[in-house]
Design a protein around this ligand. Structure first.
Ligand SMILES: [Fe+2]
Length: 223
């Protein structure tokens, strides 16, 4: 199970305990990144510890490789950060603005490192909270795109081409479609609110994204 952040509303440990108890004892691995909500109380370490004690794995600028039914599943995970698209946040001006740009840079670099580390895996997944593509933000007020994702996050994805890219912002999942890449190199379904993915085992050795997953769109929302 992959959780793309905002695991809590206000980043409080009591909220994390609810999720921890829901996931405790599951027979499948639970991999998560934190979202901006999870930073609200400045207790991310406590959140990760609480979730970890229940068996969840919280990744931040990190990767993991899971052997699942004979397939090495690599997950490179970063929360990501703001920056926008096209006319994005510039590395210019006041220190706070330049620091925000640098924070996104650190995520971009970590995502690149993570994807490189899982390059040999049979299934490679990029897991983010903030969106690396404006394609999945369609329908959101355009004035908010600056703080919903960053085009720069798509750089490592274009370079390493993971089989699957998941991000939470705007409650959409998206995945690469290399046959007809969009301007950002990442295509997305037209109007997903959520996607339930049913993994098919065993995975074939040579996989395309369409072969890997049986994807079922659902009206149930993660929002
Ligand atoms: Fe969020």
């Amino acid at each position: 199970m992959l959780l793309a952040g905002d695991l809590t509303q206000h980043g409080e440990v009591d909220e994390a305990r609810v999720l921890a108890e829901a996931c405790r004892g599951l027979s499948i691995p639970v991999i998560a990144v934190l979202g901006n909500h999870d930073w609200q109380s400045d207790r991310t370490g406590d959140l990760a510890r609480t979730l970890g004690e229940a068996g969840m794995v919280v990744l931040e600028r990190a990767h993991t490789i899971l052997p699942i039914k004979g397939v090495s599943v690599g997950i490179a995970a970063v929360k990501g950060f703001v920056g926008g698209f096209d006319y994005g946040w510039a590395n210019f001006g006041e220190p706070l603005f330049r620091e925000a740009y640098s924070e996104t840079t650190r995520d971009v670099e970590a995502l690149e490192r993570g994807l490189r580390a899982i390059a040999g895996c049979g299934l490679r997944i990029a897991l983010l909270h903030y969106s690396p593509s404006a394609d999945t933000l369609q329908g959101e007020p355009e004035r908010l795109w600056l703080v919903l994702g960053a085009e720069r996050l798509a750089g490592p994805i274009r370079e390493h081409r993971p089989h699957l890219v998941l991000s939470m912002k705007s409650t959409r999942c998206h995945w690469p479609s290399w046959s007809s890449p969009s301007a950002t190199g990442i295509d997305s379904p037209a109007e997903p609110r959520s996607i339930d993915m049913q993994w098919e085992w065993p995975l074939p050795n040579a996989m395309s994204s369409s072969q890997m997953f049986s994807v079922r769109r659902s009206q149930s929302s993660w929002a």
